[in-house]
Design a binder for this molecule. Sequence first.
Ligand code: PNS
Length: 163
Amino acid sequence: MRIAVYPGSFDPLTNGHLDIIRRATRLFDRILVAVLENEGKAPLFTVSERKELIARCTSSTPAIEVHSFSGLLVDFVRHHDASAVIRGIRAVSDYEYELQMALMNRELNAEVETIFMLPAVEYTYVSSRLVKEVFRLGGDVARLVPPVVLDSLKARLPVTVGT
Ligand code: PNS
């Protein structure tokens, strides 16, 4: 059984995340999507809301499970008998931070491999942060997030259109 963990903040899930999750299901038997419980980041959606959105968007694929975690990622990975961490890399600018994390995780547990995956080209500029910013300012993000996420953004965020 090949198990991989796909960790992140997912505040909120984007089509770029979903694309990576789908690609990872071709390589692993189980994908554990792991939402970080990072109180410090003042997220837009609570951890349960983020988990619920991910679960609703992946429910048709039994190989995908949604979890949350606190503490070290490598501890979560070990606890679930996973062998790999999946991270999406969109551009060279992502690489430096991702390399640091991957090597730190290797230092903490040499058994855990980090696998960098590329999203479809149309999602290379998509991030949760930009989606929230563009939505807030009245921009159209319908192509960038799943429909349930769009509905949640509409319910949560006031839109301020400039003049
Ligand atoms: O979506 P994000 O915010 O880029 O995800 C970052 C995440 C969750 C992968 C990272 O912050 C993380 O693994 N945090 C857990 C704490 C940890 O293990 N830190 C040491 C790893 S370098």
